[in-house]
Design a protein around this ligand. Structure first.
Ligand SMILES: Cc1cc2nc3c(=O)[nH]c(=O)nc-3n(C[C@H](O)[C@H](O)[C@H](O)COP(=O)(O)OP(=O)(O)OC[C@H]3O[C@@H](n4cnc5c(N)ncnc54)[C@H](O)[C@@H]3O)c2cc1C
Length: 302
């Protein structure tokens, strides 16, 4: 969606929003899939309530883009604009055994900055790409670490009341790859309670997790991580593998032959290729096992 209304464009300037017109979101997602729209980079978060008010007033829908590592985005011209938060420095602020993390910071960088202050507890998350905000929204987890378990306070722009508030984590439920924020909430930062641990020990744990990832996941390919959540008692990847679906292709989308729950873009995959592959695999798993796979990735397909 291209914003053309001169009044809205003037408001964006006043609100210090950087507008990048007609950006191809394929360049902003790890899958390398996604059509074009205006990308609005929010530099001053205090302007968020007014920015969202202006977008609403002009009938402009929006989606909040983090690192784009858990998204399947539609092709063509998108009927909404993408908002992205600019980082606020310092992106990591240590207070005793806690750290305030900026939502726009890359999760991996935040983890290593905390490690240098001898604060661990997030070692398993180090290979999760994307931002702190995306990790909180998705309750990212890996190798025994889960970000929601560490969160204590979360700074949120709350769409319902159009205000920035600090929530205690007791008012949010962090569940398997989801958290109970409202869809119109924008997470701005969080205070995490970490574990005091020597830097060397943290780095050793990180190396083990990195090794496990490198040897089991197609990290050189374009993917969005695991496509499906693991159903109770089993792994989605195992079910897909048991059906011999590794290497299955629809157009440019393919089930990775390294990890059956990673679907990759072989170069020119469209959103429709990926979507059809997801539906096909889901149907095959249902027919064979009567297990309904739930998507872990977020789909911006309409
Ligand atoms: C190679 C690879 C490995 C992966 N491994 C793992 C893994 O081990 N464990 C795991 O949990 N995930 C994994 N993922 C998935 C993904 O990296 C995580 O879900 C990540 O936390 C998403 O963060 P993001 O910033 O990229 O979010 P995006 O993909 O940009 O967005 C995902 C959702 O979060 C919302 N969002 C993003 N930022 C904010 C914000 N500030 N406020 C409100 N909403 C926001 C978006 O609107 C969207 O709904 C992997 C992905 C890849 C490509």
């Amino acid at each position: 969606m291209l914003i053309t209304d001169p009044k809205l464009l003037e408001s964006l300037r006043q609100l210090e929003v950087e507008r990048r017109p007609g950006v191809r979101l394929a360049s902003w997602t790890s899958l390398g899939i996604g059509g074009s729209t205006d990308l609005l980079v929010v530099r001053e978060r205090r302007h968020l309530p007014e920015l969202l008010r202006q977008l609403r007033k002009h009938g402009v829908r929006h989606r909040l883009l983090g690192g784009g590592t858990n998204l399947l985005v539609a092709d063509g011209e998108l009927p909404w604009v993408a908002l992205r938060l600019a980082k606020v420095e310092p992106t990591v602020r240590i207070e005793g055994n806690c750290a305030w993390l900026d939502a726009a910071e890359e999760l991996g960088r935040a983890i290593t900055t905390c490690a240098k202050a001898n604060l661990g507890g997030m070692e398993g998350l180090v290979g999760v790409p994307g931002t702190v905000g995306g990790a909180l929204r998705m309750n990212a987890g890996a190798y025994g670490s889960e970000i929601g378990k560490l969160a204590r306070d979360i700074v949120v722009y709350r769409g319902v009341c159009n205000r920035i508030e600090t929530l205690s984590s007791t008012s949010v439920r962090f569940e398997y790859r989801r958290a109970t924020f409202s869809p119109c909430d924008i997470l701005l930062g969080a205070r995490l309670e970490l574990v005091e641990r020597p830097y060397r020990e943290i780095i050793d744990r990180i190396h083990v997790c990195n090794f496990n990832r490198r040897t089991s996941q197609p990290l050189a390919e374009r993917s969005a991580g695991c496509i499906f959540k693991n159903p109770a008692g089993t792994a989605a990847g195992k079910l897909i593998d048991d059906l011999g679906l590794k290497g299955l292709r629809i157009g440019g989308a393919m089930v990775s032959d390294r990890h059956a729950n990673f679907f990759i873009n072989r170069g020119r995959a469209t959103c429709s290729d990926m979507h059809r592959l997801i539906d096909h695999v889901r149907e095959r798993v249902w027919t064979a096992f009567q297990i309904e796979l739930e998507a872990e990735i977020v789909m911006w397909v309409n």
